[in-house]
Ligand binder design. Structure first.
Ligand code: ADP
Ligand code: MG
Length: 140
């Protein structure tokens, strides 16, 4: 496996509880390198566009409102097999099903307010990284 990048978002439920450092600690302990990071408050337009893939799902509108309810921290993570590695570190979408030690098991409040986003494929990772970052903002 070659070095790969994935997009992470620390969601509003986690920034609200001041958990950025605790989540970053879990990310770094797992061997993922944070090669870019910025805190921002998404607009409704940006959140809708980012989650457009889910626009037919019943939870789409609630998800968009949740994602704009406070600041997020968007990050690029780098590692061998970063997409799969970060999905493992995040844990299952529903924290009730998340494994011990995962970010969602430790910190998530609910299936919606589940503390982090991570890209689900290499192809989506590339799209999502370029949605938020230009190459000059990423330093490995
Ligand atoms: P994941 O973030 O694990 O890749 P999905 O891509 O399926 O999960 O969903 C995107 C986000 O939408 C989830 O992280 C969560 O915040 C929210 N979500 C997913 N399923 C539900 C649901 N059944 N009810 C409410 N919110 C949901
Ligand atoms: Mg997803």
């Amino acid at each position: 496996m070659t070095t790969q990048r994935t997009l992470s978002i620390i969601k509003p439920d986690a920034t609200r509880r001041n958990l950025t450092g605790a989540i970053n600690n879990t990310i770094e302990k797992a061997g993922l390198k944070i090669v870019a990071q910025k805190r921002m408050h998404l607009t409704e337009e940006q959140a809708k566009q980012f989650y457009a893939v889910h626009k037919e799902r019943p939870f789409y509108n609630d998800l968009v409102q949740f994602m704009i309810s406070g600041p997020v921290v968007v990050q690029v993570l780098e590692a061998n097999d970063a997409v799969t590695k970060y999905r493992d570190v995040m844990g299952a979408t529903n924290p009730a099903n998340a494994a011990e030690g995962t970010i969602r098991k430790q910190f998530a409040e609910s299936i919606e307010a589940n503390s982090v986003h991570g890209s689900d494929s290499a192809e989506n990772a590339a799209k999502e990284v370029s949605f938020f970052f230009s190459e000059i903002e990423i330093a490995a």
